[in-house]
Ligand binder design. Structure first.
Ligand SMILES: Cc1ncc(COP(=O)(O)O)c(C=O)c1O
Length: 390
């Protein structure tokens, strides 16, 4: 008997250009690189990748990864392989960080808006979540400082410093320094979710937040989901040796050995063959073209009706519509017209973003992006709520 169970995370309705998902396009999946790397891995008589892996991660993988990151100008710092830890993706690493650093009932600070699943991850850990506003330079660190001076005692602070999800903004260098000093002064760790760090377009982003760390405060999370393939479920943590040791000694790690050991052995081949470097270059080039196409289409159809910052890297546009607009109300009409997006209030429990929407330019081809924006404008023009504003 067949049950027709789903194969992938998201099923997009036929005919809908769903700009709500920050997933890579199937056309860009590196199938050839994975085939070559798999052949090389399987040609060897070494069965080590099939054994339980070392708790910190497969050593040869950590060495190759350190070489790769050190060679990336966007990462901005040399990486010692002993400071890396293998994860099954950033999500898994972040969840494990809660086990190790955030006792139930403690408080985690997040940016407002922030990655739409992270608040749920923290809630499932019985953590309190406090949002700090962001502006064009990222988290407003002075606001955080006031909260800390008023007695807030977070166990952790979660930030996406580079090409933030959903706003696309980078935390400025000054604020990076200020954030680290606050972490030292008020004694909390910073979870720096840096999964978009390497996807820059014309200009290099600020260095990894870890490069600003003085005092072993930063735990940086990287992932192959955004630079190779999310199905590999592999990522890494980069941090001080004492922090890496804590992750390596966790009971979960010890029980199962290094997370996603086999995938990491495969990725090591991809890196050593130079195929990760070339794939990241392809993604940067292609996503830059797509973000420009989305920008042009937004200009063409919406003109001055909406506000946004053209992202300089990452996956997203964050649009602000005029006062009175409600992104949740427009959504059903937009989907009937054949386009979808993620409403702003999905990215914050505060409910402060009814007139914002997030669009991703990574999943669809240029022509589809143009058509998607044209449909979005059609929906906006037909929408009573929107129409009353014009
Ligand atoms: C900021 C951020 N963190 C983490 C993830 C998930 O990462 P992974 O696939 O490595 O678990 C995403 C995916 O969209 C993301 O945008």
């Amino acid at each position: 008997m067949k049950f027709d169970l789903p194969s992938v995370l998201v099923s997009i309705k036929d005919g809908v250009i769903d700009l709500g998902w920050g997933h890579p396009s199937s056309r860009l999946h590196p199938t050839e690189a994975i085939r070559i790397a798999s052949e090389r891995l399987l040609a060897s008589d070494d069965s080590t990748p099939l054994q339980y892996g070392a708790t910190q991660g497969f050593g040869p993988f950590l060495e190759s990864l350190s070489g790769f990151l050190s060679s990336q100008p966007a990462y901005g710092m040399p990486v010692d392989p002993r400071h890396l830890f293998l994860t099954a993706g950033a999500s898994q690493g972040l969840d494990l960080a809660c086990t190790l650093y955030a006792p139930a009932g403690s408080t985690v600070v997040v940016e407002e808006p922030t990655y739409f699943v992270i608040e749920k991850i923290f809630r499932e850990r019985n953590l309190n979540v406090i949002g700090v506003p962001t502006d064009s330079e990222g988290m407003v660190v002075s606001k955080l400082e006031s909260l800390l001076l008023d007695g807030l005692k977070p166990s952790l602070l979660y930030t996406i410093p580079t090409y933030q999800n959903p706003t696309g903004i980078c935390l400025s260098n000054d604020r990076r320094h200020q954030l680290i000093s606050l972490a030292n002064e008020f004694d909390f760790h910073i979870l720096a979710d840096e999964v978009y760090q390497l996807i820059y377009f014309d200009q290099l982003p600020p260095k990894s937040l870890l490069a600003f760390d003085e005092g072993n405060r930063v735990i940086s999370f990287g992932s192959f989901s955004k630079i190779l393939a999310p199905g590999l479920r592999t990522g890494w943590i980069h941090s001080a040796p004492e922090i890496v040791k804590k992750f390596s000694d966790a009971a979960l790690t010890f029980s199962g050995g290094g997370f996603n050991h086999y995938s990491s052995a495969l990725i090591r081949e991809v890196i050593d063959l130079g195929l990760l470097d070339s794939h990241v270059s392809i993604l940067r080039e292609e996503y830059s073209i797509r973000s420009n196409a989305m920008h042009q289409a937004l200009k063409l159809y919406f003109g001055n009706e909406i506000e946004y910052t053209h992202p300089s890297g990452g996956y997203y546009f964050w649009l602000t519509f005029p006062k009175g607009f409600d992104a949740n109300l427009l959504l059903p009409l937009a989907e009937r017209i054949g386009v979808s997006y993620r409403p702003g209030n999905a990215f914050s429990e505060s409910g402060s973003f009814p007139r914002q929407i997030r669009l991703a330019y990574t999943l669809f081809e240029v022509e589809e992006l143009e058509e998607g924006i044209s449909r979005l404008h059609e929906a906006y023009s037909k929408d009573n709520n929107g129409a009353s504003l014009k």
